[in-house]
Design a protein around this ligand. Sequence first.
Ligand code: SF4
Length: 439
Amino acid sequence: MAFTVGISRYERPYESLRIAVERAGGLPKISPGSRVFIKPNIVTWVPGGVFPKWGVITTSRIVEDVVRILKEGGFEHIKIGEGIVYGGLLRDGITKEAFQTLGYYHLKRRYGIETIDLFEGPFKRVQIADGISLNFSVEALESDLIVDIPVLKTHAQTVVSLGIKNLKGLIDIPSRKRCHSKNGKGDLHFYVGRLFIGLPPIWTVIDGIFSNERGPGFDGTARRTNLIIVSHDVFSADKVGSTILGYPPSDVPHLVHASKVLGRPIDLSDVQVVGEDLNNLISFHKYSFDYNRDNSLPAVMDRMGIRGLSYWKYDETLCTYCSFLNGAILTAIAKAWAGTPWDEVEVLTGKVMKPSGTKKHTILLGKCMSRLHRNNSTISHPIFVKGCPPKPDEVVKAFREVGIHLDGALLEHPEGYVSRFLKKYEGREDFSEEFFRID
Ligand code: SF4
């Protein structure tokens, strides 16, 4: 049996999506009275909305076109929902602001769709493997169809972030943190590769108007890619999306897990691509951030000449919440560097990192590191920064203890530092905010 994936070039609003939908076999064949739940990808939101959204969050262009096509297909009961964090934290009003800015309330007025902040719950436990459960949004679980609208992008930990990975936004925060475990039960790839288990049918529309190299966030580099990929089978959509980003599905660990769960080939032998020659669409996107040779510093900081500090490269156990903070801390460290080597400091993050045993000071960032190494006698001077994720003022205090004076404002108010990433798109007419508005 072959699963169909329809691809179109994005040229015009609505029409281009309509073509991809037809190439993928048309709308889902369920009754118009069915409950439809749309899941866009709004990985984060920064207050004020001033940050690069291209290749990071789903365009409102595609969301509106999907809603229009569903309405024309007679679907009456449509909800759109997302659970959004800011700077790695829940924040009152952030989902409302995102929905407002992205024009979702216009969709409400124009098409009568309902908007849902998923973090308001409720959630229900779903078993995804023997003895392993995650808590999924009841809104999504009780729908008859999930319309999954991820962005065509890479991910620093999971290689790609497409339809299956976008489903992680349907689970609550404790479950999201659990996905970054690394123990006898599984790892991030194991969890992500099972996120579709127990869910209603999924219709996937990959928004590739923009793609993202070194995603999933605004510190990656977006490209104008102009593709729309549609399939009634999320695994097939992801295998095709991954191939387009330059990764055979067998190079993506969570897709390998998914293939085992589904008992299907990891290659494209059970997929029929309609509309474009896949070979002409492949464009390699790097997924991992460059570090120096021993992974002790981001390459750019190593080139700055920073010495006396080993801020070891993140691993897959670092949750989104600590990850966002990590980016802000590294920016603050680069700003604090004055040319004098620091005093043999190392920073450990995530859930499994081990100390080098050779440094004078070890900063243990987050609850996980603090717990894991609370009695580690190989650490000469441990500095615990508890919290899940840690509080910015405690991070500043910890670094001050080893003579590194961070600008606390960068950590407290990341919106300032985030907006700097807009610079690389200045003057680029093909990168317009219009894609994230609905008038
Ligand atoms: S401390 Fe950080 S890595 Fe550990 S669970 Fe909390 S957010 Fe995740």
